[in-house]
Design a protein around this ligand. Structure first.
Ligand SMILES: N[C@@H](CCC(=O)N[C@@H](CS)C(=O)NCC(=O)O)C(=O)O
Length: 82
């Protein structure tokens, strides 16, 4: 069996870089659990603990933070098989 990584996308609605990632995911039909750091400040604190900064978007892959919208999109292109 191929191990499936646990994914969480930290984001907030007004962030254009988050929007870029959300649009890519939507276009590709990829569903990822999301945490809105503006809606819930506890998610912001959580992200700082994991990745060291509150910058969004951030994809957390098995507990490891991947920042930068274009790097996140590249990660999905490389690693996500439908
Ligand atoms: N180059 C980054 C830019 C991300 C960015 O600037 N995000 C803003 C929100 S739109 C942010 O999180 N700013 C707060 C911070 O950097 O701590 C990307 O493409 O993901």
């Amino acid at each position: 069996m191929i191990p499936v990584p646990t994914l969480t996308l930290y984001h907030f609605m007004a962030c254009p870089y988050c929007q870029r990632v959300r649009e890519f995911l939507s276009k590709e039909g990829i569903k990822v659990p999301m945490k809105d750091t503006h809606e819930n400040p506890a998610f912001r604190d959580e992200l700082i603990k994991i990745g060291g900064k509150p910058q969004v978007p951030c994809l957390v892959i098995d507990g490891k933070a991947l920042y930068e919208s274009l790097d996140i999109i590249e990660w999905f292109k490389k690693n996500y098989k439908k």
